[in-house]
Design a protein around this ligand. Structure first.
Ligand code: GAL
Length: 373
């Protein structure tokens, strides 16, 4: 008897994110994602493990829905998205949930030099290159396969010259719903010619469900410094301390508290839209903590990347209608993009984003959920 009680207690501890009752999950219908585009089939996959579930599509290797339990034992869908492939294809907003690349974030004037040769990438953001260009990874139909209930793997072949990038590149991304309530993203890529690479996931999180103002969330970023930019959000090359600035998130702070500051980087970003450099690059450290007191959900981001772009949804404009009729309103979601620094190919003092023949690019990023009451 004693043994049974002990075992039950142990089970409760191990499955600390498990609910006492099984609440409903507003899963989207896979049928609404069936389409053939450019001769390739688009699909929606559902992966689950204990109390985490995600829906992902091979259109842009995109996270469509992500379910985590709130403090009342209900599931909240904590990412912005649309309920059908038609809605995704029609949306003016192109960056809800996909993997962006070959080089996520910006490259000044789309130019860089590699092995003495100058390259010109496509231009799609003022005079700059953003998120791999207008035809970047987020617009492609990836080859996808569900490996088991909790794992989907996707790959994409990016031909030499696509959007101006050198080298045939093959990238693979595996989404895994893990037993400890996390969604894990593991990337790998190889090339047949020296190239640059910096893919990242561009999910918009809102821990109350997707229609709420996200500015009440608290945020912690384990970063002592950031990379200031010009007005076009291209890094100047300076690495500046966050101390004494509205970008100091070393202690958890409500996002909205300092977002209207007249500090020049905040003005340039129209809010938060900056690259924070982690104080210590390590997959073992909680690098980012996002928390909503309203839902009680906390999300911790672990990543082996050196930095994160925290973007507070300043360009969200309410034009598009998402899941359950939600409006894509101003600052209703925040992106936390694990990555190398923007414009890295043009700054010798930034970590290298160069990938050579025979090398394998890898990245692991984990979004882990728990409840704080
Ligand atoms: C972010 C970027 C923003 C904006 C957004 C997409 O990653 O930092 O400036 O371009 O993507 O709307």
């Amino acid at each position: 008897m004693k043994k049974t009680v002990y075992l039950l207690a142990l089970t409760a501890l191990v499955a600390s994110c498990a609910p006492e009752k099984k609440p409903e999950m507003a899963l989207l219908n896979a049928k609404d994602f069936e389409a053939t585009v450019d001769g390739k089939e688009i699909e929606l996959f559902t992966i689950k493990n204990n109390d985490i579930a995600a829906q992902v599509t091979n259109f842009g290797a995109r996270i469509v829905s992500l379910f985590a339990l709130d403090k009342d034992g209900e599931y909240q869908d904590v990412v912005w998205g649309y309920e059908s492939i038609d809605a995704y294809l029609k949306a003016t907003d192109k960056y809800s949930g996909p993997v962006v690349g070959r080089f996520g974030n910006r490259i000044g004037k789309g130019q860089f030099t590699l092995d003495g040769r100058e390259y010109q990438l496509s231009i799609n953001d003022g005079e700059n290159h953003l998120h791999g260009g207008a035809g970047g990874f987020s617009t492609k139909i990836w080859d996808a396969k569900q490996l088991n209930d909790s794992t989907v793997t996707m790959s994409y072949f990016s031909a030499d010259g696509e959007e101006g990038y050198p080298g045939n590149l093959t990238i693979t991304l595996t989404y895994t719903a893990t037993a400890d309530c996390a969604l894990k993203l593991t990337y790998s890529a190889t090339t047949d010619q020296t190239t640059i690479i910096n893919p990242t996931s561009h999910a918009y999180f809102n821990l109350n469900g997707t229609s709420d103002n996200a500015m009440e969330h608290t945020l912690m970023i384990a970063a002592d410094s950031f990379t200031p930019t010009d007005k076009g959000l291209i890094p100047t090359g300076e690495i500046r301390s966050v101390a004494g600035t509205p970008l100091d998130f070393r202690a958890a702070t409500t996002i909205g508290e300092r977002i209207e500051s007249d500090y020049e980087p905040i003005v340039f970003g129209g809010g938060y839209d900056h690259n924070w450099i982690f104080s210590k690059q390590s997959l073992e450290h909680p690098q980012v903590r996002l928390y909503s007191a309203k839902s009680g959900i906390e999300m911790i981001m672990y990543t082996d990347q050196p930095a994160v772009q925290f973007y507070s949804g300043n360009f969200m404009d309410g034009i598009d209608t998402g899941k359950r009729g939600d409006k894509h309103n101003y600052r209703t979601g925040v992106a936390l993009e694990a990555q190398n620094y923007p414009d890295a190919p043009n700054h010798d003092n930034f970590p290298s984003s160069v990938l050579k023949i025979g090398e394998t690019y890898t990245q692991t990023t984990i979004y882990k959920f728990s409840i704080r009451k």
